[in-house]
Design a protein. Structure first.
Length: 360
């Protein structure tokens, strides 16, 4: 029975991992293509919701009961965790002030009514692509509507060409960027998880996916590690609850475009009802967390010296997740070797997790 269960779980994890990496490759290629049409000031606001959502997911699902207060004990669990972060309406649109470099096609659109002479229009467009303009940028975020477009509000400018000044009027110039995650309500994530202990009331947990080369992107890698400790064994008086402190850190990287890290520190309490092989354990916790994502891509712009050609402008920035603290409520269930847990976290971005594993 044990051998069959472990084989089934291994096959499931392998299948899920392959499908997830394939999906990640497609999504990251799309993301890179989308970001290439945005300046840094626009891109940072566009991707901000998934930075917070992804950080909330990474910090979810680590704890579902306190370790036993023993000097040494057998505590082994192998399984996987599904996480999801809610994307509210506030996360689906943005508006920001920033700079923007228009492409030749956009510049031609901006001057189409300035002059009847196509040579003048082309010359004015060539002047526009040489400059960075202070603008207001607004529209859907990455999790916003796929039927709306990110637009640039140009406030108007006087442009000179061949010694003559032309007034380019204020207007909104739409980019081809929409919320291509299609009005996403929940941002999902999956991770295999392995926990082993107990030594002096302490267990260690790991999340790991083997490094794999993704065509056109580079290596995909993911690793997480943390410790959970029950201090009850050093307290001389009985405590009605199992309590623990926990710290976890992890990182995920996809090629050169995407580099995420997250840490969480928390205080947890749980109480088991029923024998070990058939039990339910409610748990609660207060955790403090941080997360960040570094994003690198090339913005595609028109070459000011040769407007018919395109240039790649390197863009590199880092964003911090909005979640700083969370309150967790959940329960785990044990049925023979099968362990199931579910919890809900309340924070700036609310999230949930569901775990399934084999526990000894």
């Amino acid at each position: 029975m044990k051998k069959w269960a472990i084989s089934f779980l291994s096959f499931f994890l392998f299948t899920f991992f392959i499908s997830q990496v394939t999906f990640a490759q497609e999504e990251t290629n799309e993301l890179e293509s989308t970001l290439s049409k945005l300046s840094q000031s626009a891109a940072s606001k566009y991707v901000a919701p998934i930075v917070s959502g992804f950080g909330a997911n990474l910090n979810s699902g680590w704890v579902h009961r306190a370790p036993s207060s023993k000097i040494f004990g057998i505590d082994f669990e192998l399984g996987f965790v599904f996480m999801g972060t809610m994307m509210g309406d506030d996360a689906k649109s943005f508006s920001t002030n920033g700079t923007f470099k228009f492409t030749k096609a956009q510049a031609l659109q901006m001057v189409q009514n300035v002059s009847a002479n196509p040579i003048v229009r082309d010359g004015l467009a060539n002047e526009i692509i040489k400059r960075d303009f202070s603008v207001v940028i607004s529209g859907p975020t990455i999790v916003g509507s796929e039927t709306e477009y990110v637009g640039v509000d140009f406030s108007g400018e006087t442009i000179s060409y061949l010694g003559q000044s032309y007034n380019v009027p204020a207007q909104r110039v739409e980019t081809p960027v929409t919320g291509y995650l299609k009005d996403l309500s929940v941002l999902p994530l999956f991770a295999p998880q392995f926990t082993i202990g107990t030594v002096y009331g302490t267990t260690a947990s790991f999340r790991f996916l083997p490094s794999i080369e993704i065509q056109d992107l580079g290596k995909f890698s993911y690793f997480g590690f943390g410790l959970q400790h029950n201090p009850s064994m050093f307290i001389p008086v009985p405590i009605p609850l199992d309590v623990s402190v926990a710290f976890f850190t992890q990182s995920l990287k996809v090629g050169d475009i995407f580099d995420a890290s997250a840490t969480t520190f928390g205080l947890y309490a749980s109480k088991q009802f029923g024998p070990g092989a058939l039990s339910v354990t409610p748990y609660a916790g207060l955790a403090f967390e941080s997360s960040s994502i570094k994003i690198k891509y090339n913005q595609i712009i028109s070459d000011p010296t040769n407007p018919s050609q395109e240039l790649k402008l390197p863009v590199d920035f880092e964003l911090e997740g909005e979640n700083s603290a969370r309150f967790v409520l959940g329960a785990s269930f044990k049925l023979a070797l099968i362990s199931i847990n579910a919890d809900y976290s309340m924070s700036t971005y609310n999230s949930f997790s569901l775990g399934l594993g084999i526990a000894f």
